[in-house]
Design a protein around this ligand. Structure first.
Ligand SMILES: C[S@@+](CC[C@H](N)C(=O)[O-])C[C@H]1O[C@@H](n2cnc3c(N)ncnc32)[C@H](O)[C@@H]1O
Length: 276
């Protein structure tokens, strides 16, 4: 059963704020569809959080008259509960450790057309061995999909990647609040590549702060260099990789990959697409 309260009395919680300020499935889903290019059906969203992309993937497929299935995996049962309910034959929600290779993970052998890892979650793979094992398993799922699958993840880099600091942005919510989003680099160690980042929120309603969510999400990631990720993808057997700076594509437009380093700003966020 959902523990959400009726919208009229409900103060936005950390998941509402996250979906509003951080995610944009309505841009990511068409991007994935276009970059895949062969009527992808099965999306696997690893490190899925509340599975916002998976849920949108299914709505989008319905709208387009395409077939759609989504499998969303997260370690945190609270996220998976929030993502639900599952829909038989369409949305499968699984609590599992995406790093794990063991037979206990029943989704291990499920074919996919697209594997997506969003919001820098590839950084949860802390060692090269873990990264390689995970990429290898993802490739196997895509090969089993048989439709020319793609693996897609994002990462960030540039001059501020290892600098401590923060930024704040305001996002209006559909229910009239203003959500103050605060992203902080709390720790960064270039010797190990490990970073600690956090997201805090403040919810403002009619000029008053009605909700403070300090460090609502705290992340300990390894910040994999872009070149190393691409190299690892090729090493496990992917045929090619492309890098994209923008997932906002017009309908029927083909996303254009980055052609050279000059196209990256001083600080950048990119999507890496690896094809089987
Ligand atoms: C940064 S959030 C990303 C949420 C969503 N994918 C997005 O694009 O915004 C990372 C999620 O990964 C989950 N997570 C962390 N380690 C994990 C692991 N080893 N296996 C599965 N999920 C994990 C966390 O519970 C969290 O929900």
């Amino acid at each position: 059963m959902s523990n959400r309260q009726p919208d009229a009395v409900r103060v936005l919680d950390r998941f509402d704020c996250y979906e509003l300020c951080v995610q944009s499935p309505r841009h990511v889903a068409p991007f994935l569809r276009a970059v895949h290019g062969n009527h992808p059906i099965r999306l696997r969203e690893d490190f899925c959080g509340t599975a916002a992309l998976s849920r949108y993937w299914l709505e989008d497929a319905l709208r387009l008259g395409e077939k759609g299935r989504a499998l969303a995996v997260d370690l945190d049962p609270v996220c998976i509960e929030r993502a639900g309910p599952p829909t038989p034959g369409a949305l499968e929600l699984v609590v599992a450790d995406c790093r794990s290779d063991d037979a206990g993970d029943t989704t291990r052998r499920e074919p996919a057309d697209i594997v997506f890892v969003g919001n820098f979650s590839i950084g949860y793979l802390h060692s090269r061995a873990e990264l390689m094992r995970y990429l290898r398993a993802s490739r196997e799922r895509l090969v089993a999909g048989g439709r020319g699958g793609i693996f897609v993840c994002d990462t960030y880099g540039g001059t501020s990647a290892y600098k401590l600091g923060s930024l704040t942005r305001k996002h209006p919510s559909p229910t009239g609040e203003i959500v103050h989003y605060h992203w902080a680099h709390e720790a960064a160690d270039p010797l190990t590549g490990m970073v600690t980042n956090s997201i805090s929120f403040r919810v403002e309603r009619a000029g008053e702060i009605v909700q403070e969510l300090p460090r609502a999400f705290v992340y300990n990631w390894r910040l994999w260099p872009l070149a190393e990720l691409r190299e690892a993808m090729i090493e496990v057997g992917f045929g090619s990789t492309q890098v994209y700076t923008d997932c906002n594509v017009a309908p029927d437009e083909m996303p254009v990959p980055v052609g050279g380093a000059a196209e990256l700003k001083d600080d950048w966020i990119v999507l890496i697409v690896a094809r089987v």
